[in-house]
Design a protein around this ligand. Structure first.
Ligand code: ROI
Length: 174
């Protein structure tokens, strides 16, 4: 079975966003022909779009899958629906967003699907979790996500879980 590395962005700002993301990661881990390789920390972020909505919680996961891009997109949309996805208005609050950010090194430009995700390069709440997963990741056009992260607008990203202070610290001697 040919497997492909893919990266999925997660976002929510309605109905207990942290638990929405936690349950979404579990659902992604049980997709057919798919394995969860790694999960990023979760971050709080100021909304892009109208400001009269709650902050978002964002994260990303690395999957290895044999699903083709559109089959994977169908599976992501099924998980969104199972979470009673609500999108109240354009660029407004939502229960769960699952975005196919990267599918191997492929460029996909179809009616239902654009990969890499077109907004990826502008969003710290996508680039930072991707960097946590793969610090040296490059886009298919060769741009390094670490450099894009330095240049992109600031959405007041705050790392929530696991908290930075909870990381094992080398040199701690008790
Ligand atoms: N803003 C933030 N911070 N995080 C998101 O995931 C997000 N998703 C969206 C819009 C409404 C554009 N803004 C967002 O779809």
């Amino acid at each position: 079975m040919a497997e492909t590395d893919v990266y999925i962005g997660l976002g929510s700002n309605l109905a207990d966003p942290l638990s929405q993301l936690g349950r979404a990661v579990s659902a992604l881990a049980t997709l057919p022909q798919t394995r969860l390789v790694a999960q990023s920390p979760f971050y709080a972020s100021r909304p892009v779009g109208p400001q009269d909505q709650p902050d978002f919680i964002n994260g990303a996961v690395h999957l290895r899958t044999a699903l083709l891009p559109l089959a994977l997109l169908d599976a992501l949309q099924a998980i969104e629906q199972a979470h009673h996805r609500e999108r109240l208005r354009r660029w407004g609050p939502r229960t769960l967003d699952l975005d196919l950010l990267l599918y191997d090194n492929q460029v996909i430009d179809e009616e239902r699907l654009s990969v890499p995700h077109p907004e990826l390069v502008n969003r710290d709440f996508v680039l930072q979790p991707l960097m946590d997963l793969v610090p040296h990741l490059q886009l298919p056009d060769g741009r390094a996500i670490a450099q894009l992260r330095e240049q992109c607008p600031d959405n007041n990203l705050r790392r929530l879980h696991p908290e930075p202070g909870n990381l094992a610290s080398p040199g701690h001697d008790d």
